[in-house]
Design a protein around this ligand. Sequence first.
Ligand code: UFG
Length: 330
Amino acid sequence: MAVLVTGGAGYIGSHTVAALVERGEEIVVIDNLQQGHREAVIGGKLYVGDLRDADVLDTVFKENNIDAVIHFAANSLVGESMKLPGKYYHNNVYGTLCLLEKMNEYNVKKIVFSSTAATYGEPENVPIDELDRTVPTNAYGETKLAMEKMMKWFDTAHGIKFVSLRYFNAAGAHESGRIGEDHAPETHLVPIVLQAALGQRPHISVFGDDYGTPDGTCIRDYIHVSDLADAHVLAVDRLRGGADSAVYNLGNGQGFSVKEVIEIARKVTSREIPMIIEPRRAGDPAVLVASSSRARNELGWNPKRNQLEDIIRSAWTWHQANPGGYSAKD
Ligand code: UFG
């Protein structure tokens, strides 16, 4: 049996494909390469196409013996989603509807879903528990919540079991050095800080230092991308074992401010990394930190690369070796 990975050429998708291939799984990837990179798919069979294209999905499901899907394919930028919500509803929500309908048609009843801490909005508790309220502060988080709810009703009606993994802030790169983070445009804090360290940017802009946090900058919970990948493998196992649908947070349970991330990056890189303070970015909650005890207890998940210094060091290794990202090798 094969696992279909949608968005498997993207950052977290490609690391999950690598983890699945490492344990001998047959992998099929569908990716429209809007954000993904062909070179990032190591070991899987790649179909270039869009989930909203019924012909592509028919081909993928007919040509392969798929028993489970891991669904990453989506737009995922908080800032962009506040300017272009329609793009997020179309690609994320409608794309997921197309996928679930085809899964039902082809009798594929297991899906692991790439969800996000952005489903919570401003948290009512820190760390955040899966049962806490979900009131997204940005359109991106709203679409991911809508996708989760859609899965719930497809489970009720059609018995499609899902595991939704709500990630906090993914960072770092694969230990092989072959895959890492490369978005265009790049908007995430860790790669931008490292681009500044490499001199590719004049400075890092800090979006707001007037939040109600100790140093005034936003606090996030950074998790190594390969630890996230491991959780997907465990979630597939859990569904194959006949478990019911569930939602899990994935984070380290420890928060770091934007200024602290920059400070650690200065230490790791031994570079100056100039910083300027700019206005807040729309849609950013002040603090997002996970309680991942449910994932640890029920999935048996045990993040191994949990020191932020090590996470940033692995990203730094990738950025130094691939200063232009994947495209530079084309
Ligand atoms: N930040 C800056 N300057 C930058 C980039 C980011 O100050 O140049 C700040 C942001 O304002 C935020 C923090 O750094 O406070 C982290 O920002 P990222 O863009 O790296 O990450 P987000 O927390 O906005 O979002 C990420 C993913 C989402 C996911 C979310 C969950 O992009 O998909 O984590 O926490 F939903």
